[in-house]
Ligand binder design. Structure first.
Ligand SMILES: *Cc1c(COP(=O)(O)O)cnc(C)c1O
Length: 360
């Protein structure tokens, strides 16, 4: 077996222990004589899988009892529409913070269903920072305020959540869910596509406060109404069974690792290894303002496209894979989610040092 050191932004690396467990259970799941892909979602066994996944997630994130956990298909991108369809219940107005390409897509989707106001933006500096937010910036009659807690492409993180008062805070947490502790009661709704830090593509986690459910716009399709998911235990129709099963294994792995607090500590140390190196390097530079640096996605450049390409290709030969940056930032990006072991980051930094010496 030859596992790459995989820095993909998503779909991203999964814990080896999880993959091995899935491999072991693949053909005959716990004596059922079938794989999880082949069993009815209405079976006792599958009920235990989806129920267990929810329970593990609730425990990991300390999700309060008045929040529902929903498993939805369609990716985080579908939430860009489901959030306004379900939460535009009063003024049909929402405030959005524009911190990157995903926020931009969320905004354009929101505009289809109501009035969207961009209350702050970091587009002036290619989204390299998180704008400062104060309570007066928000519209008193907004149905919700939308932020992207971690900006996967640009590598920025909200270190401080905005104080939105009584207005529900909605967060796209796709690329940093489970990476650090959050007080769930500060949010009205959190959503996250699984394929960054929680599991395989195909399932999106939605955590929503109960009072926000049941007010969908009349045009809302059945499959886009949170109430349908809440009432049916996310099984109005066939859920993405296998993705939920793997996500459940990831949750169990995280619990065994000591939970989110332990992960957060580890993630800060992992990120510091790379940022500390970038801060003293004469060749490589981080692209993000220091106080907004993501713990999950770390873009960096040499300032010379040819050199960037040489770095990416030589790194790949050493087993350091998927380091090419997003086209809107250029250069490189190292995504170092929960499942990236510290040794992976150490190997990357050692290679960067070597490369700088050879090419500086
Ligand atoms: C990847 C990503 C998305 C899009 O997710 P899909 O599941 O592909 O729709 C949205 N928001 C953020 C922050 C992301 O990282």
């Amino acid at each position: 077996m030859n596992r790459a050191i995989n820095f993909s932004a998503g779909p991203a690396v999964l814990p080896l222990e999880v993959l091995k467990k899935a491999q072991e259970e693949m053909i005959d799941y716990r004596g059922t004589g079938m794989s999880v892909m082949e069993m009815s979602h209405r079976s006792k066994e599958y009920e235990a899988i989806i129920g267990g996944a929810e329970q593990s997630l609730r425990k990991l994130m300390s999700i309060p009892a008045n929040y529902k956990v929903l498993f939805v298909q369609g990716g985080a991108s579908q939430q860009f529409a489901m959030v306004p369809l379900n939460l535009f219940s009063a003024a049909k107005k929402a405030d959005y913070v524009l911190t990157g390409a995903w926020a931009k897509k969320a905004i354009s989707e929101g505009k289809k269903f109501g009035t969207v106001k961009v209350v702050a933006s970091s587009e002036d500096k290619n989204f390299s920072y998180i704008p400062k937010l104060t309570p007066e910036m928000f519209s008193a009659d907004a149905d919700y305020v939308h932020i992207t807690t971690n900006n996967t492409i640009y590598g920025t993180l909200f270190y401080e959540l905005p104080n939105t008062g009584k207005i529900p805070l909605v967060a796209d947490m796709s690329s940093n869910i489970l990476s650090q502790e959050y007080d769930i009661s500060k949010f009205g709704l959190i959503y996250a596509g699984a394929q960054k830090n929680a599991g395989p593509a195909g399932v999106t986690i939605v955590i929503v406060r109960e009072d926000l459910i049941g007010h969908a716009l009349p045009i809302t399709p059945t499959m886009m109404d949170y109430k349908v998911y809440a009432d049916e235990g996310s099984m109005y129709n066939t859920p993405p069974c296998y993705s939920i099963y793997i996500a459940g294994l990831v949750f169990e792995w995280l619990l065994a690792k000591g939970g989110i607090a332990a992960m957060e500590k580890e993630n800060k140390q992992k990120a510091a290894l790379l940022y500390d190196f970038l801060d003293q390097s004469k060749m490589f530079k981080g692209t993000v303002e220091k106080i907004s640096r993501s713990l999950m996605n770390i873009p960096f450049v040499t300032g010379n496209e040819e050199l960037d390409n040489k770095f990416i290709s030589e790194a790949s030969k050493k087993g350091l894979k998927q380091l090419k940056g997003h086209r809107s930032v250029g250069g490189m990006r190292a995504s170092i989610y929960n499942a990236m072991p510290r040794e992976g980051v150490e190997t990357l930094v050692a290679f960067m040092k070597e490369f700088e010496k050879a090419n500086g």
